[in-house]
Design a protein around this ligand. Sequence first.
Ligand SMILES: *[C@@H]1O[C@H](CO)[C@@H](O)[C@H](O)[C@H]1NC(C)=O
Ligand SMILES: *[C@@H]1O[C@H](CO)[C@@H](O)[C@H](O)[C@H]1NC(C)=O
Ligand SMILES: *[C@@H]1O[C@H](CO)[C@@H](O)[C@H](O)[C@H]1NC(C)=O
Ligand SMILES: *[C@@H]1O[C@H](CO)[C@@H](O)[C@H](O)[C@H]1NC(C)=O
Ligand SMILES: *[C@@H]1O[C@H](CO)[C@@H](O)[C@H](O)[C@H]1NC(C)=O
Length: 675
Amino acid sequence: MLLERGLRGLCILAVASQVCAHIKPENILWGKAGPPVAVGRQQNGPPEANPEDTVESTPEPPPESSSEVAPEADIKPDEEPAQEPAEEPTEEPVEKPAEEPIAEGEQDPDPTFESEATPTERAGPSCTNGPGTRGCWSPGFSIDTDFDAEWPTTGVTVTYDLELTGGTCDPDGSGPQPCQVFNGQYPGPLIEANWGDYIQVNVKNSLTDNGTALHFHGMRMLNNCPTDGVPGITECPLAPGDTKTYTFQATQFGSTWYHSHWSIQYGDGTFGPLVINGPASADYDVDLGAYTISDLYYGSAYEVGIQSHDNLQIDKPPPFPDNIIINGTNKNKEGKGEYNQVRIEKGKKYRLRIINGSTDNSIRVSLDGHTLQVITSDLIPIVPYYTDWVLTAPGQRYDVIIEANQTVDNYWFRADAAFDCYCLNKGPGGRSIFIYDGASGEDPKTSASKIPNWGCNEESPLVPWVPNVVEGGEEQFTSQAVNLQFDLTREGVSTNGENVVLWGVNMSAINVDWSKPTLEYIQEGNLDFPPELNVVAVPAPDTWTYWIIQETPGTEVPIPHPIHLHGHDFYVLGRGKGVFDIKESPKTLTYDNPTRRDTAILPGGGWLVLAFPADNPGAWIMHCHIAYHVSDGLAVQFIEGIEQMPLGDEQWQQQCDNWRTYALTAPYPKLDSGV
Ligand SMILES: *[C@@H]1O[C@H](CO)[C@@H](O)[C@H](O)[C@H]1NC(C)=O
Ligand SMILES: *[C@@H]1O[C@H](CO)[C@@H](O)[C@H](O)[C@H]1NC(C)=O
Ligand SMILES: *[C@@H]1O[C@H](CO)[C@@H](O)[C@H](O)[C@H]1NC(C)=O
Ligand SMILES: *[C@@H]1O[C@H](CO)[C@@H](O)[C@H](O)[C@H]1NC(C)=O
Ligand SMILES: *[C@@H]1O[C@H](CO)[C@@H](O)[C@H](O)[C@H]1NC(C)=O
């Protein structure tokens, strides 16, 4: 029996072609930028902060939010939200392959800062962060700071203890669901720090028969790969009873989340918001804080994981979620459960940090009657723009400012599965209520604004506030690309004998070994990686690398994939429908201040071109953030700067020893790729 189940785990490799029959392979092309060039405006290494000197403290609490209000007892439980977007679409969500690339950042954004402080003032020592001066931060640091190169060192360490336990949760009144959560909370507790602080998280695995490992999504972890929290790559999982302290400096600021990267665990609630306070590219009065949106499956995520493996074998998508949970709560189909309520005051501007913690679905969010001013994409401040709906894919985050300038009333906040991203939800849709001071608090009667009809495409334009230029530009990209001796439409792995590799996921789904992480191979000087680790080496540090990710044409179900990279942000040079044309497509790419983020959508049946500087030694995974897809192996890891790579210390080694001991008698086999 055990053997059979074990084999089933190994089956991932065979399943890979099934994954691809359904998802179709992503061919990942990796090309080293020609001659080694200094990377962008990069300066290597964090400042010599001495953690010994740090003091423990917690950051200033965010402005008071008045949303913790129990719903009124007389709320009609089954009054349907005003409008069901699922019924609304008139266009078929069919991908029409087009040769045209999708315009990215073409629209010229309004460069004016909607703030009282000028750039000069923002740089000055007297400019402090406040409602009219959100661009300011601390002396010498502002929204204009190039945070790749510099960041404050506050000397502060904020410390959090997270204990993972198993049990049940009931986020939508449907009865107890199995869950694995930190400190008994779904989602887990907020981790909050200020820009430049050290964050120390003590994780204890109090599950009796599952491992865990904690990843801080989007955190650069500069020269700190052993803290990246990816089992089988950067560490062994934490065995039951074991503890690990993750310590890193918040060199970036903004809204993100932490989640277990072990198996399919985060689907059972093993995640929470992570907010790093810093400057912003537009002004607001009140920070409402993190607003996590996640999909809920009744039953255990491990069972849903098995179901989705089985579905892949017969060319079916993973199961659809039963509900969408906003900030930990929602009503279910029967009207049980509670809506999250947010109190706002007419005339004020609110910052809301939308964090998509879902496992499978892309979500569209909006607030009836209100325009959203978008100020970040992932951890990158952008030139603000206005929109009615924001589309988030799993792993993506957008911070928005909402101006409470409508009639005093109650308004639906909506988070709906994006039908045109092949996402469905069996529940009523994600709903919460924004209540103006003086309004009744009843269920709103408002209706949704029209859903945009541009399909499952990423938000645009997403123009980074601090401009960047991708080194080498088209010339370098093209000179690499024309060297490639293969047809991108052909599946397979090939090299040009120099420094370019084409890699097809269907050849080899990743399947890591929890008991032998990649960093241990490197520690031992053993670079003989088994093929199923999907290792791609980046030979020269401090050069730009370019990746073309191609979904094989002719895919029956052209699902878009949110591609997420660890250890870096990437620059999104372009994307398009159909096949990347090695002659024509490079001309369409943006090299001058392209969108920058850590999770980007690969269009269904199309291509995505990313670039990033190899400036962070480590073993980093790049994967699809649909939890079931990475579980099925849709990932690659790349190894960067072997000579300079930081490796595990004694505690790290002890954790591996503990895991290996536990694994000898672990009650459950490994059923997925484990990341
Ligand atoms: C989200 O939930 C937390 C915990 O209940 C609460 O403290 C916070 O105010 C809520 N956020 C918003 C924006 O409602
Ligand atoms: C984790 O525990 C759940 C039960 O809570 C079990 O179904 C699953 O198989 C376990 N997975 C592993 C890999 O231990
Ligand atoms: C956002 O939430 C929706 C709803 O749960 C989910 O389907 C989608 O995958 C999430 N996106 C992210 C980035 O988590
Ligand atoms: C409310 O604010 C938005 C910007 O957030 C603006 O576009 C809209 O015109 C304003 N509406 C009113 C009624 O002032
Ligand atoms: C895809 O997988 C199938 C089955 O393993 C294999 O025959 C085929 O060669 C693979 N194609 C590529 C490009 O790897």
